[in-house]
Design a protein around this ligand. Structure first.
Ligand code: PLP
Length: 346
């Protein structure tokens, strides 16, 4: 027996979505972007590959923070870069929730918050959703240290109204972390609340809307005091040289970004309509995926039928989700093939 901390010994560990070795799948299971990163990103990475890799990177990722600051309208002191937004979610828990203290999130959403809390030894409380996607049983005041709100929600794709998020911030004694991993595909965002409410932090990722899941790039926008605290906790060289130049180039090429996001949104609307024609229940989505349920409510059967046709989607065994599938938006051609396969499976 090795002398592990008890919470580590007892935890299961997060299981990421399936990443097949073979390349011949239509891969619609982990919400990656079907389009390549901006050519400017590839060029910037290639230019950085060479002798400079001998040297440590700039520790504060200042150029990337300046670029993000220009884009979102914040001073760089309000922005922290992360090795994937997962890193900054982890550091938020480490900064705000001590052992035995409580964090909360909505179920269903991103269960990685629970894993991170377990590592820290923090307690986890989940709030369910009402049929009209309100938070169930939310107390007048929430006294926990952190509340994680995923909006657009994953895996369901709906967004919470901004007025509700503002009210939630006001009802939280601790920090409200708004995980906007999919906000670039939505009609709005809550960056304004970071300015107006001391306890609001917004996290973003370049994995989905900027096609950089493999680069591991995320960021948080928060008051400078929060950024300073997170700065103490992170690995001092959390972004390597390639990630830093990739972040700058990606955030700068807004034309390419808008084109890709526009195509994905258009595909999402077309694909959702196609599913509805097949009699599926489709939750209107503001993300780069849709959650849809077939008329017989058997998501597992559909998952298998698609898998047999080399199309990979996400099926959750959770009883709240087992009736449907979460399907990431691929290219228009990939979604045509998926719809055809669903028609065939029947
Ligand atoms: C994908 C995802 C993340 C993780 O983003 P990375 O930057 O790739 O670490 C965080 N939150 C939600 C809700 C996500 O879907």
């Amino acid at each position: 027996m090795i002398p592990l901390r008890r919470n580590i010994d007892e935890m299961k560990g997060y299981v990421p979505g399936f990443q097949p070795k073979e390349q011949d799948y239509v891969k619609l299971n982990t919400n990656e972007n079907p389009y390549p990163p901006s050519p400017a990103v590839i060029a910037a990475i290639q230019a950085e590959v060479g002798d400079s890799l001998r040297r440590y990177p700039e520790p504060a990722s200042i150029l990337a923070r300046e670029e993000a600051g220009r884009l979102y309208g914040f001073d760089p002191s309000w922005i922290i870069m992360a090795n994937g937004s997962d890193e900054v979610l982890n550091n938020l828990i480490r900064a705000f929730a001590g052992e035995g203290e409580e964090i909360a999130y909505v179920h269903p959403s991103y269960s990685y918050y629970a894993t991170l809390a377990e590592i820290q030894g923090a307690r986890v409380r989940t709030f369910g959703l009402t049929p009209d996607f309100r938070i169930q049983g939310l107390p007048e005041r929430y006294g926990g240290k952190l509340f994680f709100l995923t909006t657009p929600n994953a895996p369901l794709g709906f967004t919470f109204p901004i007025s509700f998020i503002e009210e939630l911030a006001e009802r939280c004694d601790g920090m409200l972390v708004v995980d906007e991993a999919y906000a670039d595909f939505a009609g709005g965002n809550v960056l304004g609340l970071v300015r107006s409410h001391d306890n609001v932090v917004v996290t973003r990722t370049l994995s989905k809307s900027y096609s950089l899941a493999g680069m591991r790039l995320g960021l948080a926008i928060a008051r400078p005091e929060v950024v300073e605290a997170l700065d103490k906790i992170r690995d001092h060289y959390n972004l390597d040289r390639l990630a830093q130049v990739a972040a700058v180039a990606a955030l700068r090429d807004q034309e390419y970004f808008r084109e890709c996001v526009g195509k994905i949104r258009a595909t999402r609307e077309w694909f959702s309509a196609g599913l509805r024609d097949l009699g599926y229940l489709v939750i209107p989505s503001e993300a780069n995926f849709v959650f849809a349920a077939p008329p017989d409510g058997n998501g597992g059967r559909l998952y298998q039928g698609l898998f047999d046709r080399k199309i990979l989607v996400r099926h959750f065994t959770d009883p709240l989700l087992a009736h449907g599938l979460r399907i990431s938006m691929g290219t228009r051609e990939e979604m045509e093939r998926t719809l055809e396969a669903l028609r065939e499976i029947g």
